[in-house]
Design a protein around this ligand. Structure first.
Ligand code: HEC
Ligand code: HEC
Ligand code: HEC
Ligand code: HEC
Ligand code: HEC
Ligand code: HEC
Ligand code: HEC
Ligand code: HEC
Ligand code: HEC
Length: 496
């Protein structure tokens, strides 16, 4: 007896419906099972003389659609929809599901140079040929990302024959590549396309996945997002070169339109997993500062970690851009006295918030400039022109602001150094004010550092690492550095 899928999965299979029904067709009704299996007999016959048939079809009616050419390796997205109903419904509303229409709309629907990335398996045995014979392989269907599904649909219960589920950027990179859509190449050069070597070693060795992995590992991020429980050894044993950094599927839902784009123009949705824009009331409460639900897509990871000014072993993590943007700074639960006044950014209303400046896109213009995909995530000054008259004016403004921030940061650093030289702790000299990890005193020495110095050094690192040279929140960064300077120069804590 075959085990039923109900027994296999306790009767509930997430996102799948009607499987027991399909299987009862399989055992009870051979004709229907044949239909579900893709009419294999008829198919092979048609396929052997397909060349002739295609011509006939095209001559009779260019719009004829059919699936006589499905030979079994690729079975087509309609077939997957029999069981993966929700996924198919979601997918059918994406631009991927209409990718061949985009070619047909400009009369290129059968141009072999174009069809490859706009269909499933074109050029392969059993892959897309044309609408007349392989219509279910038109556009970027399920099997474009999951590989051929023929073995899976004829062996549903065999877990070894299931299609590949991979979040590797190379899956998307097979098509999102080249001068017209260089998203993959651009991403590869970005820091999102890389992973710190030390973290690779730790993940492979079976540590830190549940902590550092939440932002540094694409595998952990996606699994966590889908509700899986993440243990510290979640990535144990995976070869370092197979660990996924911040890949495409971290930011993009592979299957559905989400409505999360700031301003979906002409049906562009971008399938973003999180809202591109989110306004939140600034808060200095630690639990808020580290809570991704308060933040936009980029703020899912570019938010503070749980360090406050009373911590002495390490400086704040350099990931607090979204907190600086909103003008907030976490405080110890035991002492909620603000050390810098809350102050949201003048750039808060940039139409796509972070992506306005960091994911600036420019489509291909016929024969002129190559497309700019924005996927290096570097600031593009052309993005500033909408508000600052021109890219040059904005760039100059930033240079002036940057110089000012540098100068102010220099004053804070000088004051801290001066304090350190005159209050030498554990023989650390000029490093006496520093965090332990930065060469400062050990924990017993840290206890001798006054609170005013601890506040000043925390503020210093916090805004230098997260401030984007001042651009993230110019006035907040100014205020913060001014306040830090005052802590060192005029604070009563420091008087003998
Ligand atoms: C007759 C029903 C049926 C059809 C048709 C079907 N699947 Fe599945 N599929 C299943 C079942 C059952 C599972 C296992 C469910 C589970 O473990 O959650 C599965 C699992 C999968 C998985 C997950 C594998 C994993 O390791 O998690 C993918 C991906 C998948 N199917 C893709 C497809 C694609 C693509 C098609 C069409 C080419 C397709 N399926 C057609 C029933 C079906
Ligand atoms: C290397 C794979 C690849 C090839 C080859 C390819 N395309 Fe595309 N095409 C894509 C991708 C990926 C997109 C999505 C681009 C985006 O949204 O950034 C796309 C999008 C498009 C669009 C929609 C543009 C829009 O803004 O909505 C059209 C039209 C198009 N391609 C036409 C063509 C034509 C014509 C050819 C042949 C000369 C061609 N493509 C060849 C991968 C390809
Ligand atoms: C653009 C690429 C792409 C297309 C097209 C695509 N998938 Fe996926 N699919 C993925 C990726 C990446 C994952 C893993 C990440 C995730 O689940 O978000 C995945 C995961 C899955 C899973 C297993 C995990 C889960 O969420 O249940 C199933 C089942 C699945 N896809 C079925 C389908 C079916 C059926 C279709 C067509 C209707 C389809 N996929 C189309 C890329 C794609
Ligand atoms: C078989 C080639 C192919 C693969 C593989 C592929 N894409 Fe696409 N993708 C396209 C084409 C072609 C379009 C443009 C469709 C159109 O405009 O009609 C597109 C469009 C998109 C869009 C724009 C959607 C919108 O609403 O603006 C996003 C985002 C996207 N793809 C992301 C991905 C991701 C993420 C993956 C991998 C998980 C992936 N793609 C895999 C070919 C592909
Ligand atoms: C809340 C998300 C988050 C968590 C959790 C996290 N990081 Fe990071 N980390 C980031 C971001 C974002 C950056 C990039 C910041 C930048 O370069 O401006 C970063 C940068 C780094 C860097 C590069 C530092 C540099 O100065 O360029 C290292 C090393 C690092 N993280 C290690 C770790 C380790 C180890 C852990 C776990 C103990 C960890 N991270 C946990 C988000 C996080
Ligand atoms: C850190 C988040 C992030 C990652 C990682 C990412 N994207 Fe995007 N992507 C975005 C955002 C945000 C937009 C919307 C840009 C806009 O509003 O103009 C976008 C837009 C797109 C678009 C549609 C606009 C265009 O460029 O034509 C495509 C296609 C796309 N991404 C593909 C990819 C692919 C392929 C990868 C992996 C190689 C990837 N993305 C990785 C955030 C990301
Ligand atoms: C899944 C978590 C995650 C998300 C979401 C994310 N990032 Fe990142 N980002 C990181 C990590 C981790 C790094 C550092 C990688 C490294 O150096 O190992 C980083 C690095 C960067 C850098 C390079 C910083 C530097 O010092 O050079 C920029 C810029 C950046 N991200 C911008 C963005 C933008 C803009 C978005 C939203 C569109 C975004 N990120 C979304 C995790 C994330
Ligand atoms: C949505 C509109 C908008 C965009 C886009 C925008 N800015 Fe601004 N920016 C403002 C406003 C409003 C101010 C405050 C008034 C002023 O100083 O011009 C400002 C102020 C500034 C300041 C001066 C801060 C100070 O107080 O000295 C700098 C520097 C700056 N922006 C740089 C940039 C750069 C660089 C970009 C692009 C990467 C950019 N801006 C994009 C609206 C914008
Ligand atoms: C007004 C344009 C603008 C906006 C909006 C913006 N950034 Fe930046 N960002 C910059 C500039 C300018 C730099 C400094 C780059 C330089 O000097 O080359 C920067 C630098 C960065 C860096 C590198 C490390 C650092 O902090 O200096 C990261 C990471 C980053 N931004 C992430 C973000 C995130 C996340 C958001 C949204 C919360 C965001 N940015 C919003 C303009 C912007």
């Amino acid at each position: 007896m075959r085990r039923t899928l109900g027994a296999l999965r306790g009767g509930t299979i997430g996102g799948l419906i009607a499987i027991p029904l399909v299987l009862s067709f399989a055992t009870g009704c051979p004709e229907l099972w044949d239909i579900i299996n893709g009419n294999t007999n008829t198919n092979t016959n048609v396929n052997t003389n397909s060349a002739a048939n295609e011509n006939v079809n095209e001559n009779i009616n260019a719009n004829t659609t059919g699936n006589s050419g499905l030979t079994g390796k690729y079975v087509g997205s309609t077939r997957c929809s029999l069981c993966h109903v929700n996924k198919h419904t979601d997918w059918s509303e994406t631009l991927h599901a209409k990718a061949l229409e985009a070619l047909e709309a400009i009369g290129q629907g059968s141009n072999a140079e174009c069809v490859g990335c706009h269909t499933v398996g074109f050029g392969e045995v059993g892959g897309f040929v044309n609408r007349a014979t392989t219509n279910d392989l038109a556009s970027v269907g399920c099997e474009a990302c999951h590989g051929p599904g023929g073995d899976h649909v004829s062996n549903i219960e065999d877990a070894t024959k299931r299609p590949v589920v991979s979040i590797s950027a190379s899956v998307c990179g097979a098509c999102h590549t080249g001068e017209h859509q260089p998203n993959y190449e651009d991403w590869q050069t970005s820091r999102h396309g890389q992973m710190q070597e030390s973290l690779k070693e730790e993940f492979t060795a079976g540590t830190n996945a549940a902590t550092c992995g939440l932002c540094h590992s694409g595998d952990v991020f996606v699994a966590d997002h889908e509700g899986e429980t993440i243990a510290a050894d979640y990535l144990k044993g995976i070869p370092p070169e197979e660990l996924n950094p911040v890949v495409c599927a971290v930011c993009h839902s592979p299957h559905k339109r989400t409505g999360n784009a700031a301003a979906p123009d002409e049906g562009r949705d971008y399938q973003l997993r999180f809202p591109q824009v989110k306004f939140t009331t600034p808060s200095n409460v630690l639990a808020d500062a580290i809570n991704p639900d308060r933040f936009n897509l980029c703020g899912q990871c570019h938010h503070a970690r749980n360090r406050v000014w009373t911590d002495s072993s390490r400086e704040p993590h350099p990931s607090d851009q979204v907190n600086v943007f909103f003008g907030e700074m976490p405080l110890p639960d035991a002492d909620q006295t603000p050390i810098v006044a809350v102050r949201p950014s003048v750039h808060l209303n940039a139409p796509e918030q972070c992506s306005t400046c960091h994911v600036f896109r420019k489509p291909i213009e016929e024969g002129i400039a190559p497309a700019v995909s924005g996927h290096t995530f570097m600031v593009n000054f052309e993005a500033c022109a909408a508000c600052h008259s021109s890219a040059e004016i904005a760039e100059n403004k930033l240079a002036i602001l940057g110089a000012e921030i540098d100068y102010r940061a220099g004053l804070v650093e000088d004051a801290l150094n001066e304090w350190a030289l005159s209050h030498d702790v554990q023989g650390k000299g000029v490093l006496s004010w520093e965090f332990t990890s930065e060469g400062g005193p050990s924990s017993s020495g840290q206890a001798k550092i006054p609170n005013a110095i601890k506040k000043a050094r925390y503020i210093f690192y916090y805004v230098i690492q997260g401030g984007g040279n001042g651009a993230h929140n110019p006035d907040y960064v100014r205020d913060a550095l001014q306040t830090a300077l005052e802590y060192v120069e005029t604070n009563p804590d420091l008087l003998p």
